[in-house]
Write a protein of this length. Structure first.
Length: 387
C-alpha cells in the first residue's frame, strides 16, 4: 500500500525508549541536548515588535510571488549586505524551512537514483530528505587533526558519474567547523571540473567562536553553481516562524533560478504574514543572538574549566555553532553510555553515532542549554565518567 521511499524502520531506538521510561518515572532530567532556542531565551524585549509585525494589515491581501515578496527578499539581501556580501533580491528564493529548500534543490539537481555527497559527521536530517526525493546519499569524511578538515581524498573517491552536488554545512553540526578558505577554493575547482553544484547550509553561520573570520558566507561569489541556505530558525532563534531561503550564485545561476521559480510556484508555500514581517524578524536577530551567544560562552567556559580535572576526556576544537563534542574512553557503545548516564544520573546527552561519527567514543552536548542546567548536568556527567 505504501511507497518504498517511506519504508523506514519506525521502531524507537534504545536511547529513545530509555528516555521515555525515565520521563514516565517522574524523575527530573538534566537535558544537555536542548536545541530549541524558544526554551532557552527571554523574548520579552522583542515581543512587542514581533507581534506588531505579524499584525500588518497588508497580509490580508493575496499577492503571490513564487520567489517570495520583493520586500521580504530585500530584507534578506540586506542581511547579507551587513555581512559584506552583495546578493540581489532576484537571486533569492524564499521557502518555509531549510528542509523545504533542500527538497527544492534535490528536485532541481537530481533524477531518481542520483547521488549527493554529504559530510560525516553531520546531522541526520539529510537521510530522510534524500529518501523522500528518491536521492542516494554518499558520505565523505571530515577528519580531526588539531581541528576539523575536509578529507578531499574521501570526497574525490566518493564521486561517481551520478554525483550531482556536494553538501556542506558551514559551520558543521555538530563539529562546529567552518569550511576554510583553502578548502573553498578546492571545492569550487572540483565542482567546476566535475560539473557539480555546491549546496551550503549556513544556518549556524552567525555563531562564531573564533576571531579568524571563518564565518564568511558562500553567498554572492563567483565560481561553481552554489546554493546557500539559511533562515530564521537559527540566525534569529525563531524556528516557529518557518522562514528560510536559497541564495543562488555562480555558473548557471540564471537557468537554476528559472527552474527553481517553477518549483516554488508549484507549491507557493510561503505565507503573507511572515513575508511582510520578515524585515522586523531579521532586525530582532541581534537580541536573540546576544542571549544565545552568552549561553554558549558561559557553558563552554564551564566545560573547559572542568576538563583539567578529567584527563580521560577531551573537548574537540569548535569554531562556531551551538554544540560541543566530547571525546570519551570507549568502554561500551556511545548509545549504551548515554543510556547508562541517563539511568544513573538523569543526564541526557546525544551519542556520537546519531551524527554518523566513524567510531564510538563521542558525546555531543548543546551549548545553548540554560547555564544552570548545563553546569549541573556537566558535573554529574563528569562524575559518572570518572567512576
Amino acid at each position: 500500500m505504501f511507497a518504498r521511499r517511506t519504508d523506514w524502520n519506525l521502531a524507537p531506538n534504545a536511547l529513545s525508549l530509555a528516555l521515555d521510561r525515565f520521563r514516565r518515572s517522574g524523575r527530573p532530567i538534566l537535558d544537555l541536548t536542548e536545541s530549541n532556542p524558544t526554551r532557552c531565551l527571554d523574548y520579552s524585549a522583542v515581543q512587542p515588535a514581533i507581534l506588531r509585525a505579524l499584525a500588518d494589515p497588508a497580509a490580508l491581501s493575496y499577492s503571490p510571488d513564487p520567489c517570495g515578496l520583493l520586500s521580504a527578499r530585500e530584507a534578506v539581501a540586506a542581511y547579507y549586505a551587513a555581512r559584506g556580501a552583495r546578493i540581489a533580491p532576484a537571486d533569492l528564493i524564499l521557502t518555509t524551512s531549510t528542509s523545504e529548500a533542500y527538497s527544492f534543490l534535490f528536485r532541481l539537481l537530481c533524477d531518481p537514483g542520483d547521488e549527493l555527497l554529504v559530510p560525516a559527521p553531520s546531522y541526520p536530517l539529510f537521510e530522510f530528505l534524500a529518501d523522500l526525493q528518491d536521492v542516494r546519499l554518499v558520505p565523505y569524511s571530515l577528519i580531526y587533526d588539531h581541528g576539523w578538515q575536509i578529507d578531499f581524498h574521501s570526497l574525490e573517491h566518493a564521486l561517481t558519474p551520478r554525483s550531482r552536488a556536494v553538501v556542506l554545512v558551514h559551520p558543521n553540526n555538530p563539529t562546529g567547523s567552518y569550511v576554510k578558505p583553502a578548502e573553498r577554493e578546492q571545492l569550487h575547482a572540483l565542482a567546476a571540473a566535475r560539473h557539480l553544484a555546491l549546496i551550503v547550509d549556513e544556518v549556524f553561520l552567525d555563531y562564531p567562536l573564533t576571531a579568524h573570520g571563518l564565518e564568511r558566507t558562500f553567498a554572492g561569489r563567483d565560481g561553481a553553481l552554489t546554493f546557500t541556505l539559511s533562515g530564521l530558525s537559527k540566525i534569529a532563534a525563531l524556528p516557529q516562524m518557518k522562514v528560510a531561503w536559497i541564495a543562488a550564485g555562480g555558473a548557471g545561476k540564471a537557468d537554476a533560478l528559472a527552474r527553481l521559480e517553477v518549483i516554488a510556484d508549484t507549491f507557493l508555500s510561503m505565507n503573507a504574514p511572515l513575508q511582510h514581517a520578515l524585515p522586523t524578524l531579521l532586525d530582532v536577530r541581534h537580541a536573540a543572538r546576544e542571549q544565545l551567544s552568552a549561553n554558549i560562552g558561559r557553558n563552554l567556559a564551564a566545560l573547559d574549566a572542568a576538563l583539567p580535572a578529567a584527563p580521560h576526556l577531551a573537548r574537540l576544537e569548535i569554531e562556531g555553532g551551538w554544540y560541543a563534542v566530547l571525546r570519551v574512553p570507549v568502554t561500551r557503545t556511545d548509545e549504551e553510555l548515554a543510556i547508562a548516564l541517563l539511568q544513573s544520573e538523569g543526564v541526557y546527552v546525544h551519542p556520537g553515532h546519531f551524527y554518523n561519527f566513524h567510531a564510538d567514543g563521542y558525546l555531543v552536548l548543546s551549548l545553548i542549554t540554560p547555564p544552570g542546567i548545563f553546569a549541573a548536568g556537566l558535573a554529574r556527567l563528569l562524575a559518572f565518567l570518572a567512576s
